[in-house]
Write a protein that binds this ligand. Structure first.
Ligand code: AGP
Length: 601
């Protein structure tokens, strides 16, 4: 995934575009670049590394009225200066930035080379620059370029949000949205283009989410959006209610910590307007037919990473609370697995960004097979929200830290609400008090920080659980490994004696998630098996259950209905992972090798 930011208007276009780009570094941060139009033609500056490195390389007071900028997560070609965006055509008439992936770039590149084009990078993006060069006639106007961009949808396969500046029109930006997000901003001083809302917060008063196939011509005084069918799009401006601080760290050391502390709000917002006074859940955004099918049909949860672990939770909930045939699949497997879904199936696709390529592809595959698709998604206007038959928004607000925290919490909350709507009786009483239970965990952060002090030098962690706790263990292991780089695995607790126990020694910490009553004694035995082999044992324990004898450390959790305990347990385990990573000096908000949303396969 990459970040695009652009500005046209009375302010310093380059400086404004770069300020916005800084807010998008969570989308990818291995190289960056900016292009702007001046009366001397197109100028491009690019460099490997962070946006700040690029800003430091720019001279002050560049006199440009239109600028586009890009922060990259490499997909084709190493993160070098020559592969950084923007990319240009042979005549340097314009510059292009791109978010997404052009899957048939190799064939197109060969054809363009045969027609005499010279390539300067290994990227798929550069193909678009040369195709535009072939189709944009001399003396063309910005709206001609908009039509050329729309014509690319006939030739390019994949996902592409494109932004273009052209030396013929130094005060314009032309852009296209196709399966990668693009949003417009309206400010008092001009107009903005961005991949995501945080780039606009505190700079624009209103935003407008483009639809797939939309093109836009931005000038300082006008915005013309044209739909794929060539008709003008009715203005879609919405006030930006989030303030600047919501996109900054609000005083926390890292976005991740801020977002863990935002979990109670994420729970409350996700339930807002969906709980009636007696705790009954009403999900008005889901058609009755979808709910009915979920009650009686086959429910399949599909996602990637953390969202997949939320799917494991959903699988457990629909099986144990509702007695439904439910299963969870990793999206990258589902789409190539000949999935057993048909007209009787409901496929629930879970995604924070709504732009994860594998999850989007799984959604399309499920629809092709006749299944009803429901998106549980955090980003309004995201591709997944538009692709699915229905969408249940998680309302966690922007999640900037690459490691998903409050979004996971909101996903579990949304799935619990969904289960309740489908007949799960056991949650109605505790859903209204879930947010305060999470707040109780957050008040115990000092204890968790102390535990991190004792554990951060450990070389390996096992997270164990049974039932819902096994799903939580999978997420806890991912959280720790992706930000602290410590090896961590998750197992159903009963599995340890079938092999993994061989790894237990004093360098290993076993975290037992103990919130389930009916198998608690079995859980205590499993932890004792680890303790007997010198493993360090941390029990993450519901406060009304007996302390496992094997525990060297105990972290108690406030009790809520068992199916909601993963929300409470995960808040504690997210904090533990965060403080361990902090003590190890890791790049918590931007872990090595990762990006916030993986929009490529
Ligand atoms: C989780 O901390 C990771 N950032 C990653 O596993 C993420 O959950 C996964 O890539 C799915 O992203 P999505 O929810 O935006 O689809």
């Amino acid at each position: 995934m990459c970040g695009i930011a652009g500005y046209v208007g009375r302010r310093d276009a380059v400086a404004t575009a770069m300020e916005s780009l800084l807010r998008l570094e969570y989308r990818g941060y291995d190289s960056a670049g900016v292009a702007y139009a001046t009366d001397r033609g197109i100028e491009v500056h690019r460099c490997p590394g962070k946006v700040r490195d690029l800003i430091a390389s720019l001279e002050e007071g560049i006199n440009a009225q239109a600028a586009i900028a890009h922060t990259r997560w490499a997909t084709h070609g190493a993160p070098t200066e020559r592969n950084a965006h923007p990319h240009q055509d042979c005549s340097n008439r314009f510059a292009v930035v791109h978010n997404g992936i052009i899957e048939n770039h190799a064939v197109l590149r060969a054809q363009l080379r045969e027609r005499g084009h010279t390539f300067t990078s290994e990227t798929d993006t550069e193909v678009a620059a040369h195709l535009i060069e072939e189709r944009l006639a001399p003396g063309a106007a910005p709206h001609d370029l908009a039509r050329v961009l729309q014509s690319l949808m006939e030739d390019l396969n994949g996902s592409f949000a494109l932004g273009v500046v052209c030396r013929d029109w130094p005060e314009s930006i032309v852009a296209l949205r196709h399966e990668s997000p693009l949003i417009l901003g309206r400010a008092r001083t001009g107009h903005m283009l961005a991949s995501d809302l945080p780039a606009l917060i505190g700079r624009a008063e209103e935003s407008w989410v483009l639809e797939d196939g939309d093109t836009v011509v931005l000038t300082p005084y006008d915005v013309v959006v044209t739909a794929r069918d060539g008709r003008p799009r009715a203005p879609g401006w919405e006030p930006i209610t989030l303030d600047a601080t919501s996109a900054e760290r609000a005083g926390y050391e890292h976005f991740m910590l801020k977002e863990i502390h935002e979990a109670p709000a994420a729970v409350r917002e996700t339930l807002r307007g969906r709980l009636d006074p007696d705790g009954r859940v009403v999900l008005s955004e889901l058609p009755d037919a979808v709910i009915e099918r979920m009650k009686w049909g086959h429910v399949h949860f599909v996602a990637c990473g953390t969202a997949y672990h939320a799917g494991l939770y959903g699988q457990r909930l629909f099986r144990s609370c509702l007695g439904r045939r439910a299963e969870a699949s990793v999206a990258s497997e589902f789409r190539y697995d000949e999935p057993l879904v048909d007209h009787d199936s409901v496929v629930v696709l879970i995604s924070q960004s709504g732009e994860t390529a594998d999850t989007l592809a799984a959604a399309k595959e499920a629809k092709r097979r006749g299944a009803t698709t429901v998106a549980v998604v955090n980003c309004v206007g995201s591709s997944l929200a538009r692709t699915a038959d229905a969408a249940l928004m998680t309302r966690a607000g922007p999640e900037i830290g690459v490691a998903s925290t409050k979004a996971y919490t909101a996903q579990i909350t949304a799935l619990a609400a969904l289960g309740t709507t489908c007949g799960c009786e056991c949650l109605s009483e505790d859903l209204p008090r879930l947010a305060s239970a999470v707040e109780t965990v957050l008040t115990g952060e000092d204890r968790i920080r102390d535990l991190a002090e004792a554990l951060y030098r450990q070389q390996c962690f096992f997270f164990l659980g049974r039932g819902y706790d096994a799903a939580a263990a999978a997420e806890a292991a991912l959280k720790l490994k992706e930000i602290s780089y410590i090896h961590a695995e998750a197992y159903p607790a009963g599995e340890m004696k079938h092999g993994p126990l061989a790894l237990i020694d004093a360098s290993v910490t076993v975290v037992g998630i103990c919130t389930r009553s009916d198998t608690h004694l079995k859980m205590c035995s499993n932890l004792m098996e680890a303790r007997a082999r010198d493993g360090r044992v941390l029990a993450v324990l519901r406060d009304d259950l007996p302390v496992p004898e094997a525990a060297t450390d105990v972290l108690t959790l406030p009790s809520v209905a068992e199916p909601l305990m993963p929300v409470v347990a995960m808040t504690a385990l997210q904090l533990l992972a965060y403080h361990i990573a902090r003590l190890r000096g890791c790049a918590i908000d931007q872990p090595r090798n990762l990006a916030k949303s993986v929009t490529v396969e």
